[in-house]
Design a protein around this ligand. Sequence first.
Ligand SMILES: Cc1ncc(COP(=O)(O)O)c(C=O)c1O
Length: 374
Amino acid sequence: MKMEGVLKLYFGESNIPTPEYIKRAALKALNDGYTFYTENAGLPGLRQDLASYYLRIQGVELDPQSEIVVTGSGVQALNVAIRCVLNPGDEALVLTPSWPNHAANVRMDNATPVDIPLLLRGDRYAIDFDALEAAMTPRTRLLLYTSPSNPLGWAATDEEQERLLGFARRHDLWLLADEVYDRLYYRGLRLGDPAPSILRKADRDDAVIVAQSFSKTYCMTGWRVGWLIGRRDMAEKATELNEFIISHAPSFIQRAAQTALGEGEAELGKMLVRLKENRDFCLAALRRMPGVTVPSPDGAFYLFPRIEGLRDSFAFCRKLLEESRVGLAPGAAFGAGGEGSVRICYAAERKILEQAMERIERFLEKSWMANAQT
Ligand SMILES: Cc1ncc(COP(=O)(O)O)c(C=O)c1O
């Protein structure tokens, strides 16, 4: 962290500051007196706005009273949801490579995460349904996946969503979808269309939970506000548990979140144009490099190139950092299936990305030449 001149592409957040209209809304909320406690499930107005937002963006009808819980971030949404559905000794299937906090949250409940790696077929990742079946035990309670994915950029296809839901129904599992990157999606008819939520396919009575956040869509990582959607019994339990964890997200921040939902589309549209340009630039640059395969990314702001012959991604990232001053995240950090790859966050300035791609290319060429000579 102290090293000078490092091009930092290991972060999981955008370089864009929170837009002014959201900051103004927070200041106004403070001046309007939003300095007291709110309901544990969140301000009724914010829950209502979330319900309207889902109808508008995903075409999904939700009951704001009983199916939506505002949380103090996406992490907290995951934490409380997982606590609601796992008992000590239970097992949770986690589609990996995935953000390490998923497995960590399972372990925090004295339960066991079981990694099920996605398989790279051609230039797309795909869910290994045979491995899911084979991993089932009498203790399995939960199946957790992320779409669009951190670190892969992969998003579940329509058919994969159907099959995940069918699998969860058949085995009586909770299905927890981390959809915090749903608005950072490039495969819709129009840029700005969301990655379709699993909620489009689920019935009200399905054991389905969606963890969500304002962090990525609205550049609000430091604000700590998110939400959960789930079946009534889970939402009720999460609301009860929240009393003892965080009680509720800060009141004035919930008001600012309402403004983000209502007025955020224009800024989001601009950000998506920039992200897509960055993505295309990095994708083309990486695909020209020797020994590098980059799976096609559907969403989020990450690329997960696989590097031929790479056996220790931590050592690779350390060497790249020391010799070339480029900071990437080692694939091994993301669970089974991650080794052999590195994660690049392209939500950065174009200048930085250009320099980083050049340095990575030179680094790889040098290592390839060294390998060829030995
Ligand atoms: C897949 C995924 N889920 C959830 C989160 C949590 O976001 P936050 O706690 O900032 O809302 C992150 C953040 O990096 C993430 O990558």
